[in-house]
Design a protein around this ligand. Structure first.
Ligand SMILES: N[C@@H](CCC(=O)N[C@@H](CS)C(=O)NCC(=O)O)C(=O)O
Length: 225
């Protein structure tokens, strides 16, 4: 059986959703990242990189990098409704989008959520957050134009896990502002959120984003060290 290390304020729900879609059995072990459990000796023995989520495969390998986990599960369990197969012509656009979200959208969210790690002075943190938003918004703008031409999903009329992946980060951003500026992303978000399997995860992510924003106001020096 799979074991997933995840928990609140992590991106583990992306993996949980794929596991749920595939009706794949797993055990969830929660890691308390707010209290630094991801830096504990016990967790570092599982993932020396100190990052959550981690998926332990039935063979015992410890895998991390959320995009890789989603693709791995979809491929291994033939979840072709979520990920076009290797020889499917849609595979190229699918991979290009998933890698773009992983490398150029979610990575910028680190600066947004952990501004204190990128600044020497506490008073710079708010400015760093603002700066982090701008590349994300310009990338969403490109995505919005593409969806307007060939939507409503990343692969046109065909839903895939790329849509859930993008929606997850929209939920973690200033969702209302994103949806107001980018109507085609708003349409995609609504479509994904109306899927019974996705709704609970996106609702929870919206709540987490609001709570995290509140915590950042109370602890401008950094919520997680
Ligand atoms: N590139 C990794 C990043 C994982 C990551 O940053 N996870 C966050 C939780 S969502 C974390 O473990 N943060 C702890 C830290 O940065 O100290 C992925 O996409 O899986």
């Amino acid at each position: 059986m799979y074991v997933l290390y995840g928990g609140d304020f992590t991106r583990a729900p992306l993996v949980q959703w794929v596991l749920g879609e595939g009706k794949i059995e797993y055990e969830l072990r929660k890691i308390d990242i707010l209290n630094g459990e991801h830096c504990s000796t016990t967790f570092l023995a599982i993932n020396p990189a100190g990052l959550v989520p981690v998926l332990i495969t039935p063979e015992g390998d410890a895998l991390y990098e959320v995009a890789a986990l989603m693709l791995y599960l979809a491929d291994r369990h033939q979840l072709t409704d979520l990920a076009p197969q290797l020889t499917d012509p849609d595979r190229g656009l699918f991979l290009s989008t998933v890698f773009h979200i992983a490398a150029d959208i979610q990575s910028e969210m680190k600066r947004f959520h952990f501004p204190h790690r990128f600044s020497l002075r506490r008073e710079d943190n708010a400015g760093i957050q603002d700066l982090a938003k701008s590349p994300v918004l310009s990338r969403l703008n490109v995505m919005n134009t593409r969806l307007a031409k060939r939507g409503p999903y990343v692969l046109g009329t065909r839903f895939s896990l790329a849509d859930f992946y993008l929606s997850f980060w929209v939920a973690y951003l200033d969702r209302e502002a994103v949806c107001m500026h980018f109507p085609s992303i708003a349409t995609l978000y609504d479509l994904v959120r109306s899927r019974p399997s996705a709704a609970p995860y996106l609702e929870e992510t919206e709540r987490m984003a609001e709570t995290y924003a509140e915590m950042m106001k109370k602890k401008p020096g950094g919520v997680i060290t």
